[in-house]
Design a protein around this ligand. Structure first.
Ligand code: MEV
Length: 439
C-alpha cells in the first residue's frame, strides 16, 4: 500500500486499509494510532501491557501476567460506520478471516446490527416451600411484587439515575427436580452500559429476605443468569454472489455451498459445535480486547444455541431468490459493557474501546456480533472451497520463518518458499534463514 493511499484512508477514517497486513508492525501501530487518535502514552500500553502491581490487585495469588497478541481487523462497516476492530487472540488466521469476511460483506453495504436494551436476568432460587405448594407460594410472592422491585431498584444509585434498574419479575415453577419442587424468581434489570453482574447480584441478594418470608420457603442461590436472552444482539449482511467467487468456482455456487454448510449446523450438533466455535473465534477476541467477560458470553452463546432442545447453529444463511445475493444473520445473547469491571481495571481494554469508538454497550455488542458473522462467512467460504488448511498453513509458514529468526521483511518471502516447496517445517525455515544471512 502506498504512503499516499494509507494517508488518505487514515484521513477519511476508512477501515478499508488494503495492504495493512503487509506493513511492518511499527508502521501498522502508527497507522492505527493516527486513525484512532491514540496518544503516545496509549500507544505505549501495547508494549507495557499490565503491570504486576495492578495485576496483583485484580486477582488472588498473582505471580505474573499473561500476554496475547492484539491484531486489528480491517474493512468493517457496521450500521454505516467505519470500524477498526482490536482482537486479542493466539490463533493464526482469525484476524485475517475477520477482515476478509468484513470485506466480502462490505461489497453489499457492510453489516446491519441491532442490540436489545441491556436487560439482564437475576435468579433467586426458593426451596422447601410449605406443603410443596408452588402456586400458593407464587401468589404470596406476587403480592410482594412492588416491594421486591422497589428494593431491587434501590440497590444502585447510578443505574436508576441513568434510566436503568429493576424492570420487572417473573416466577418460574419447577415441580419436579431431583431435590424436590422449587421455584425461581427472575428479576429483570436494566444495567445500561455496564455488563452489570455486580448490580444484578447485589439486587438479587437484597430481595432475598422479602422473597423468603413471602414464600415461606428457603432462598438458596441469588445470582445472574448467563443465558441473557433479554439482551440479544442481531447482525445481518448481504453479500453479492460475485464477491464470493473463488478459484474457478462461480459466486452463485459458493453461495449455494455456504447455505448447505450452514444447513448441516442447523441439524447436527457435532457440526454446530464447530460452526459456533468459528463464530466465537471472532467474538471472543473482541470481548477480551475490551476487558469483558468472555466466559459469560460463551456460556450465553451455547445455552442460546441449545434453546430449542437441540444444539444448533447461531447463524442463518440463505440466498436471496431475486438478486442471488447471499444473506447472513446471527443472533445471540451479548452481556457486555463499556463501563466497570475489566473495561476499567485493564488499561488495554480502554485502548480497545477507544479504537472501536463505541458510545454504548449496545453499540459494542453490535460490532461484536458483526465480527462473529464475518468470521463465520470467511470460515464457511474457505471450508466449502479450498478448505481452511491452505490459508492456515501459509500463516503457519510465516510464523515458522519468524521463529527461525527471519526479519519481518524476509519472513513473507521465506514463508512463500516453504509453501511452494510443500515443506512447512521449522528445520527448513531455519535453513532458509541461515542461507539468507549468508548471502
Ligand atoms: C477453527 O478455529 C474454526 C473453524 O473450524 C470454524 C468452522 O469450521 O466453521 C474453521
Amino acid at each position: 500500500m502506498s504512503n499516499e493511499s494509507l494517508e488518505r484512508a487514515i484521513q477519511d477514517r476508512s477501515s478499508r486499509l488494503p495492504g495493512f497486513y503487509r506493513l511492518p508492525l511499527a508502521r501498522r501501530r502508527a497507522a492505527v494510532a493516527r486513525w484512532a487518535d491514540l496518544s503516545v502514552e496509549e500507544l505505549d500500553l501495547w508494549e507495557r501491557g499490565l503491570d504486576s502491581s495492578r495485576a496483583d490487585a485484580l486477582i488472588e495469588n498473582v505471580v505474573g501476567t499473561y500476554a496475547l497478541p492484539v491484531g486489528v481487523a480491517t474493512n468493517f462497516l457496521v450500521n454505516g460506520r467505519e470500524v477498526l476492530v482490536p482482537m486479542a487472540v493466539e490463533e493464526p488466521s482469525v484476524v485475517a478471516a475477520a477482515s476478509h469476511g468484513a470485506l466480502m460483506a462490505r461489497r453489499g453495504g457492510g453489516f446491519e446490527a441491532k442490540a436489545d436494551a441491556p436487560v439482564m436476568i437475576g435468579q433467586v432460587q426458593v426451596i422447601d416451600l410449605p406443603g410443596d405448594d408452588l402456586d400458593a407460594a407464587c401468589a404470596r410472592i406476587e403480592a410482594q411484587r412492588e416491594a421486591i422491585l422497589a428494593t431491587a431498584h434501590a440497590q444502585s444509585r447510578s443505574l436508576p439515575a441513568l434510566g436503568g434498574g429493576a424492570l420487572g419479575m417473573e416466577l418460574r415453577r419447577f415441580p419436579e427436580t431431583s431435590a424436590g419442587p422449587m421455584l425461581v424468581l427472575h428479576l429483570y434489570y436494566d444495567t445500561r452500559d455496564a455488563m452489570g453482574a455486580n448490580a444484578v447480584n447485589t439486587a438479587c441478594e437484597a430481595i432475598a429476605g422479602i422473597v423468603e418470608s413471602a414464600s415461606g420457603g428457603t432462598v438458596l442461590m441469588r445470582i445472574l443468569s448467563n443465558l441473557a436472552d433479554r439482551r440479544l444482539v442481531r447482525a445481518a449482511c448481504r453479500v453479492p454472489a460475485q464477491a464470493l467467487a473463488r478459484d474457478g468456482i462461480d459466486g452463485a455456487e459458493v453461495a449455494r455451498r455456504i447455505v448447505a454448510a450452514n444447513a448441516l449446523a442447523e441439524v447436527d450438533p457435532y457440526r454446530a459445535a464447530t460452526h459456533n466455535k468459528g463464530i466465537l473465534n471472532g467474538i471472543d477476541p473482541v470481548i477480551i480486547a475490551t476487558g469483558n467477560d468472555w466466559r459469560g458470553v460463551e456460556a450465553g452463546a451455547h445455552a442460546f444455541a441449545a434453546r430449542s432442545g437441540s444444539y444448533r447453529s447461531l447463524t442463518e444463511w440463505k440466498v436471496d431468490a431475486e438478486t442471488g445475493d447471499l444473506l447472513g444473520s446471527l443472533e445471540l445473547p451479548m452481556a457486555i459493557g463499556i463501563v466497570g469491571g475489566g473495561t476499567r481495571s485493564l488499561p488495554l481494554a480502554g485502548l480497545g474501546l477507544k479504537i472501536l469508538g463505541v458510545g454504548s454497550a449496545g453499540e459494542l455488542a453490535e460490532i461484536v456480533a458483526s465480527v462473529g458473522l464475518a468470521q463465520n462467512l470467511s470460515a464457511l467460504r474457505a471450508l466449502v472451497c479450498e478448505g481452511i488448511q491452505d490459508g492456515h498453513m501459509a500463516l503457519h509458514a510465516r510464523q515458522l520463518a519468524l521463529a527461525a529468526g527471519a526479519s519481518a521483511e524476509s519472513a513473507a518471502r521465506i514463508a512463500e518458499q516453504l509453501v511452494a516447496e510443500g515443506q512447512i517445517r521449522g528445520a527448513r525455515a531455519l535453513e532458509l534463514v541461515m542461507a539468507g544471512a549468508a548471502d
